[in-house]
Design a protein around this ligand. Structure first.
Ligand code: ARG
Length: 480
């Protein structure tokens, strides 16, 4: 039986450079490791209740992410188009869900991810200066100003040069790896020295609520988020059928191992209640064990978060492009600068939205991260439904990587739980989030399906696009 997606495949973009296996592994590992392992650990501990349970959550998050990634490999190799979920939703469910996905991702998820990562960065830079100070409000304001400034710099660099953006990524990745190695070695050495108190009664703690386990997973899963990065850029992979599964099978266990060992390291230095109450864990730990070199850790962590922000900003452009080439987002969002070849409009819009999300008093790393998880796991659940639906609707399409059907079914149950559990704890926040997302449906019917918007508004949009295009020297690429 032939591959029904072949004709689409022929249309796929000619890309300048194709990524090999090593490139694939560094792309996922690089996007996954960022702020979470340094900033969301306390959320895991607060909600998991005991060190043993926290370690289980970290490990189980890794296993869940590995399983869902394998489901994504089936989708990515069956529908080898860039744009990830956008392409899968189009194939399985048609236009509307695909549109709502790209609308949500471009206008909410990407900016919120950037905001969360940089809020963590701001915390790491400011906490050392306010370490014994109780002036929390001042610190938060300074932290947000710094976060906004760094976001501006990251976006500026991404606008000015693709080369710069990829080159600085090398520096940030190095900082990330150094920090992780230092922490892992510290943990192993301290464990060998007998600092194992926290492991003795590892499971004693308050009884757990069903929703708090969900939030504990949110903390862990945030640190793993980015596992689907390769699906956004499938067209750029040299041999996706081989490299997609291999990169997942090597990359995710690697990251899971690091995360569990870093948590062990935290536990050899700090008590679980210290971990639960710290908002810059690696700083607290560094002050205990690294003496006069302690100041290096927050610097490295800040670099690591900026690296994650840089990677997240970089991938946003591809998503907007995949949707805009089907007229699902304003074309201007997919335009590149004529000389610099950078997606300036998409980057600028993302930056402004992320700035706005940082403003409210209630906006801090934890709240923004939880919203991101809520929306992201809704998106992931729908992809699994798409996988199951396509197995049923198009059983004969060639699937170079076909996963055992029990896995997507299990993953679907778990991801639905992850979406529903927070409703118990924060029904208002979740409803609010859903309302924002449902505006996507309205926009679809008004602007795309029925074009009921008055002609003059459409004309205004066209003129506006043309003006921006000329002013900023932009073009709409045939390939990306
Ligand atoms: N895992 C990353 C971190 O811990 C966040 C990734 C955000 N998501 C993404 N698709 N880039 O900072």
């Amino acid at each position: 039986m032939g591959n029904e997606y072949e004709p689409l495949q022929q249309k796929k973009a000619e890309t300048k450079q194709k990524v090999g296996l090593l490139g694939c592994i560094s792309l996922i590992v690089g996007t996954m490791i960022g702020s979470g392992i340094f900033a969301s650990t306390s959320n895991v501990f607060i909600n998991a209740g005991s060190p043993g349970m926290a370690l289980i959550v970290w490990t189980a998050s890794g296993v869940l992410v590995a399983l869902i990634s394998l489901c994504y490999v089936e989708m990515g190799t069956m529908i080898p188009l860039s744009g990830g979920e956008y392409s899968y939703y189009s194939e399985a469910f048609g236009e509307l869900p695909a549109f709502v996905f790209s609308y949500t991702s471009t206008l909410f998820l990407k900016p919120a991810q950037l905001a969360a990562i940089l809020l963590a960065c701001g915390d790491y830079i400011t906490v050392p200066f306010f370490y014994n100070d109780c002036n929390v409000e001042d610190r938060i304001i300074i932290s947000k100003i710094l976060a906004s400034f760094i976001l501006g710099v990251v976006i500026f660099i991404n606008c000015v040069s693709v080369r710069w953006a990829t080159n600085i990524q090398v520096v940030f990745t190095a900082a990330k790896l150094i920090t992780i190695t230092i922490l892992v070695i510290t943990g192993l050495v301290r464990l060998a020295q007998g600092f194992d108190n926290e492991f003795k009664n590892a499971f004693t703690g308050p009884s757990l609520k069903i929703s708090s386990i969900g939030y504990a997973f949110y903390g862990g899963l945030w640190a793993y988020d980015g596992w689907n990065t390769l699906n956004l850029a499938t067209e750029e992979i040299k041999s996706p059928n081989r490299d997609l599964p291999l990169a997942i099978i090597i990359g995710i266990p690697l990251v899971t191992g690091c995360y569990v060992l870093i948590n062990v390291a935290y536990l050899t230095v700090l008590t679980s209640s210290e971990i639960a109450s710290s908002n810059a864990l690696a700083v607290t730990m560094a002050n205990r064990v690294y003496g006069k070199y302690a100041f290096l850790i927050p610097i490295f962590v800040a670099f690591s978060t900026v690296g994650a922000a840089n990677g997240t900003a970089f991938s946003g452009g591809r998503l907007a492009y995949a949707a805009a080439r089907k007229n699902h987002l304003p074309k201007v969002l997919a335009m590149l600068h004529c000389e610099k070849q950078t997606p300036i409009p998409a980057l600028v819009v993302t930056c402004i939205l992320a700035w706005i999300m940082m403003i409210p008093d209630s906006s801090n790393f934890t709240t923004v991260m939880n919203y991101c998880n809520f929306v992201a796991w809704m998106i992931y659940s729908f992809t699994i439904v798409a996988l199951l639906w396509l197995r049923f609707k198009r059983p004969n399409v060639k699937r170079p990587f076909k996963i055992f059907i029990g896995i997507p079914i299990f993953v679907l149950f778990f991801s639905v739980y992850l979406v529903i559990a927070p409703f118990y704890e924060n029904p208002l926040g979740s409803t609010y989030c859903l309302l924002v997302l449902s505006t996507g449906i309205l926009v679809y019917f008004l602007f795309i399906k029925y074009r009921i918007v008055p002609q003059f508004i459409m004309e205004f949009f066209d003129k506006f696009t043309l003006m921006v295009q000329m002013l900023a020297n932009l073009y709409f690429p045939n390939t990306i």
